[in-house]
Design a protein around this ligand. Structure first.
Ligand SMILES: C[S@@+](CC[C@H](N)C(=O)[O-])C[C@H]1O[C@@H](n2cnc3c(N)ncnc32)[C@H](O)[C@@H]1O
Length: 414
């Protein structure tokens, strides 16, 4: 008797038909218009490798690369080798077009499942998996497969859907299923119409307001007609990391989880939240702040960190925690986040990144003006003779580091 072939996973059928994200035709034009990848190591090297040098000949894996992501990263990191894998032949085919058009000799593409990456017999220093694991039948198994190909000093950058801001999306998904909407042009038209007519108080509107990709059909399918997706709370992310044998290193952008950034200084929550364990704090900020619909974070091998670099909960000490604990190297060099905008006015300046603004003046402004990528924190502090100013500058830099407006470079480890 002939065995019948395995039925195709509807998720992969979906990404073959509705290639996601919208294929980029001209990468140069995309970059010129401000396009970049959130997890790009060329922009965030000190965030990713806070205590060590970037491995020479960086080997990057983009797991579930979709139509564009591996090409974007290959273009931005010409000295690195980039492997993009995806199960969608259409996504790989578009990547091949980008590779040819932009002569991306450092880019390799394979139609391989995330779960099977170990069969390649390769190892990677940096793995990027954006919006992929939450579509897998077994996300922990997918992450475990990535752990097995991660180099000892490597890091994995993960993006997963966030549970709270997406709550309304799952209501719309269920309603569309009950209406019989399929992943067809008719289904997309119905989904668009349903979303357009949601009352202004519908929870899905909170997600629509921040979703960048609802302007094209594959984006509508991805959000509202997806064959399989789930979303995560902060504690669930910690559990997922543990289940895959990995350590939570940090958020890719601590701004979204910072109580001080999300709640005004006079909010009563500050009297209660700061004494709680960090995961609790992040969870509460996510429950109440709902700043973003996704979580982006870094994972590493549990053994990667040296003794003294983790706190009592086993988390990597972030620069702000090191500053607070007084253990940060004074020789560390503060680096501005690449997206930080500083607008100088008379005797003050407005600092802005994403939704967060901050006014700097006096000693804080004088100190921050020295943050040029080469001046050490020690030198910045030494410019202030009196202890009160030094304490103030320390407090400001602690706050800026907690918000990820600055990262720290450690010359001793370069
Ligand atoms: C939402 S898209 C994200 C694409 C890309 N990471 C980005 O952010 O632009 C998810 C991608 O994961 C791919 N995918 C889903 N399951 C997969 C699996 N088991 N192995 C490899 N790729 C998979 C899909 O084909 C799709 O291209």
């Amino acid at each position: 008797m002939r065995s019948s072939p395995m039925p195709r996973d509807p998720l992969i059928t979906q990404y073959e038909q509705w290639v996601y994200p919208e294929p980029i035709v001209d990468l140069d034009a995309y970059v010129a218009a401000g396009g970049r990848d959130y997890a790009d190591p060329s922009r965030l090297r000190w965030k990713i490798w806070p205590h060590g040098a970037v491995p020479a000949g960086l080997r990057i894996l983009v797991a579930g690369c979709g139509a564009n992501q591996a090409a974007i990263l290959a273009r931005a990191n010409p000295a690195a080798s980039v492997l993009g894998i995806d199960l969608s032949g259409q996504a790989i085919a578009h990547h091949e077009r980008l590779k040819k058009a932009h002569k991306l000799h450092n880019l390799e593409l394979l139609q391989v499942a995330v779960e099977d990456v170990g069969t390649l017999g390769r190892e990677f220093d940096y793995i990027v998996t954006t919006g992929v694991l939450h579509h897998l039948a077994d996300p922990a198994a997918g992450l475990e497969a990535l752990r097995q190909v991660l180099a000892p000093q490597g890091a994995i950058s993960v993006m997963l859907y966030g549970r709270h801001r997406r709550a309304g999306v799952y209501m719309v998904q269920e309603a569309l299923r009950r209406l019989g909407a399929e992943r067809t042009p008719e289904g997309v038209a119905l989904a668009r119409d349903v979303v357009a007519h949601l009352p202004e108080w519908h929870a899905a509107r909170q997600y629509v307001a921040v979703a960048p990709d609802l302007g094209y059909d594959a984006g509508i399918v991805d959000a509202f007609l997806n064959a399989r997706d789930r979303a995560y709370t902060v504690p669930e992310i910690m559990d997922l990391a543990v289940a895959a044998g990995l350590r939570f290193q940090s958020w890719l952008d601590g701004l979204h989880y910072s109580p001080s950034a999300v709640f005004p200084a006079d909010a009563a929550i500050h009297d209660h939240i700061h004494a709680l364990p960090r995961v609790e704090q992040w969870h509460i900020v996510d429950l109440l702040g709902q700043v973003t619909g996704v979580h982006r974070f870094l994972l590493c091998h549990a053994e990667r960190l040296l003794v003294g670099e983790v706190d009592e909960d086993g988390f990597l000490l972030s620069p702000d925690a090191r500053l607070l604990a007084g253990v940060i190297d004074a020789d560390a060099v503060p680096i501005r986040h690449p997206d930080l905008v500083l607008t100088e006015e008379h005797d003050s300046a407005c600092m802005q990144r994403e939704w967060h603004t901050l006014r700097l003046n006096g000693a804080a402004l004088a100190a921050f003006s020295q943050v040029d990528g080469s001046c050490s924190f020690r030198l910045i502090l030494d410019a202030f003779a009196d202890q009160a100013s030094r304490d103030y500058v320390m407090a400001v830099f602690t706050y800026l580091a907690e918000c990820d407006h600055i990262h720290f470079a450690y010359p001793r480890t370069t």
